[in-house]
Design a protein around this ligand. Sequence first.
Ligand code: 5GP
Length: 191
Amino acid sequence: MNKLEQKILQDGIVLNENVLKVDSFLNHQVDPQLMWEIGKLFVERFEGSRITKILTLESSGIAPAVMAALQLDVPLIFARKRKSLTLKDDLYTESVYSFTKQEVSEVSVSRKFLSAGDRVLIIDDFLANGDAALGMAGIVKQAEAEVVGIGIVIEKTFQPGRGKLIDLGYKVESLARIKSLEGGQVAFAEH
Ligand code: 5GP
């Protein structure tokens, strides 16, 4: 069992059969040492991918993503969630259904920061139905840049996100894989 899995067992709170709360080390309070280790694991998993930028979604993806960016010495971009957009011309924008908020929001990245030729690693805190990752991949596509992979801190394997991303040809690497949250218990999938 890795440090992340130990932390999930120790501090994660099973809200219901579909949602795990990890606000003591990832989603509200942040454990920087653990984030550093997570960044290191992403760097190892995507070794040789010639990454030029990392893309995540504000706010919970930022901590793990910045640690990977620091170790790769590449910029981190976080897509911003905005309710209303007055000026769309200088933005790449996608609509993303939020798993936790159960509403659609517009996520956008300035055209200044992504361009053709960029090799982008997408990082997010959780993978459930895949909408957040697909939205970010859509932004990379709009920029005519390439998605070299998708790195996820916590994947719930009983939800369909991975299948959708794999079917589209993306390389998906997740650091903790949860196969069930039934009965208030976290059960990990085999490595
Ligand atoms: P998806 O877009 O893959 O359906 O869901 C991923 C997004 O929803 C992540 O960006 C994350 O913020 C949120 N999310 C999905 N499942 C969980 C969960 O079990 N716990 C928490 N805290 N966030 C989740």
